[in-house]
Design a protein around this ligand. Structure first.
Ligand SMILES: Cc1ncc(COP(=O)(O)O)c(C=O)c1O
Length: 425
């Protein structure tokens, strides 16, 4: 038996030095009244900021953080989905890395822990962030409680109303949770003035969290998109490589879903950087069509424009997702490194609609038993399609995907999909 401690990596992997082209750096808008790059020093914990701008390939994971990773069940399991293979009558072998196994139910905790740790180390006692469905907010609330810090979470209003259970978990971990837009910030007030019924968006909630952190001299923790987050998430891919090695398997096709891009980058970049695997498929939603309709340009990660401009595939910082869509992955942009890798043709992208991901989630549930997060169901749909393709071509492909979270607190999403899609028969 190989011990957990030997599978859990000692370093985070940073793909930036191994990219095919230089990554366009974050920058200040032309003629701006203040420097967003300077402002980052008051927004992010110092060490998080340092890691955001590092060009080192490997960064040592502090022992304290490794211990926390072990305590939440890292390394997460790598399962073979044998019944799904049989159901699909595919010669392919299908594996999944199960990030739903952590206490918060998703991969988000992998970066919440180090960011909270670095904040605590520099004497911060209160952290702030935004959340959509609540996976990120839950991760931050738990990480803050691990380090005896307070946490304030700005939760997108529609989710706040539709997801009372995630709100409860955050509160049980000790967080204050507000429905964004709030009137606690100038930006929130401005949005409410123009439309008091505004359902909120991740971009707005992000701006509110940053403004609130700045005003109170708290620190902001960032959940996706920025390079430092994908760096921390590289534990996923590195563990997967070791776990496949132990099985004597070589991955052919690697698949993950994309909101801001953090679970996908964390999962695939150690493979891409080490020239392992042959194809990488980033899956997103047809209802929030970043890849097919987004533009590759400098844009703000948050709606108020408090963060520096980053070059990414984006639907625009003021994008408001369709309120009826229950599949997640609502963020308007794609992490700059992932945007570059798809533009360079190294990573393929794909979009599926709600019906497709719902049907894939059901197939997965009926065969493997795990309720996937609706976000992760996007990846599952691509896995199903690739497994069928392998059957048609009679190829013994090894397909590995990241099951980024479980969906036990997303049953209301599935319920509304069932009703809308009439698929409950
Ligand atoms: C379970 C799960 N998977 C995926 C995502 C998408 O985010 P990212 O692309 O940053 O991994 C989220 C976002 O909240 C999530 O909760």
């Amino acid at each position: 038996m190989v011990k957990e401690d030997e599978i859990l990596p000692k370093y985070w992997y940073n793909i930036i030095p191994d990219l095919p082209k230089p990554l366009p750096p974050p920058r200040d808008p032309q003629g701006a009244d203040f420097s967003r790059i300077d402002l980052l020093r008051s927004i992010l914990p110092k060490e998080v900021l340092r890691q955001q701008f590092t060009i080192e390939r490997y960064i040592k994971i502090p022992e304290e953080v490794r211990d926390r990773y072990l305590s939440i069940g890292r390394p997460t399991p790598l399962f073979r989905a044998k019944r799904l293979e049989e159901y699909l009558k595919t010669p392919a072998r299908i594996y999944f890395k199960y990030e739903g196994a952590t206490p918060t139910g998703s991969h988000k905790i992998n970066t919440a822990i180090p960011q909270a740790y670095f904040a605590k180390e520099e004497g911060i006692d209160h952290v702030v962030t935004e959340t959509g469905a609540g996976q990120w907010g839950t991760a931050v609330a738990l990480a803050a409680s691990m380090y005896n810090m307070k946490s304030t979470i700005f939760m997108v209003k529609v989710s706040y109303e539709q997801k009372p259970m995630r709100r409860s978990i955050m509160q049980l971990y000790g967080a204050n949770v507000y429905a964004s837009p709030t009137n606690l910030t100038e930006y929130g007030k401005k949005i409410l003035e123009t439309n008091p019924q505004h359902p909120g968006s991740l971009g707005i909630a992000m701006s509110e969290a940053i403004e609130y952190a700045l005003k109170n001299e708290f620190r902001y923790l960032v959940g996706s998109v920025l390079d430092v987050v994908l760096l921390h998430q590289s534990v996923i891919g590195q563990e997967t490589i070791t776990q496949l090695d132990l099985l004597g398997e070589d991955a052919d096709i690697l698949i993950g879903c994309v909101g801001g891009g953090s679970n996908f980058g964390g999962f695939t970049y150690p493979f891409i950087g080490n020239k392992k695997g042959k194809r990488y498929i980033a899956v997103s939603s047809a209802e929030i069509p970043k890849f097919s309709k987004g533009e590759y340009k400098y844009d703000f990660p948050d709606s108020a424009g408090l963060l520096p401009l980053v070059k990414m595939i984006t639907l625009g910082k003021d994008y408001v997702p369709p309120p009826i869509y229950a599949g997640g992955l609502r963020y308007h942009g794609v992490a700059p490194t992932l945007s570059l890798l798809t533009k360079e043709g190294i990573v393929e992208w794909r979009e599926y609609n709600e019906r497709e991901i719902f049907e894939a989630a059901k197939i997965f549930m009926e065969n493997q038993g795990i309720v996937p997060a609706p976000e992760s169901a996007h990846a599952i749909k691509a896995v199903v399609d690739e497994a069928i393709e392998a059957r048609k071509n009679n190829e013994r492909k090894v397909i590995v995907f990241n099951l980024s979270g479980h969906g036990l607190l997303d049953l209301s999403n599935y319920e509304s999909m069932m009703k809308r899609l009439n698929g409950n028969g």
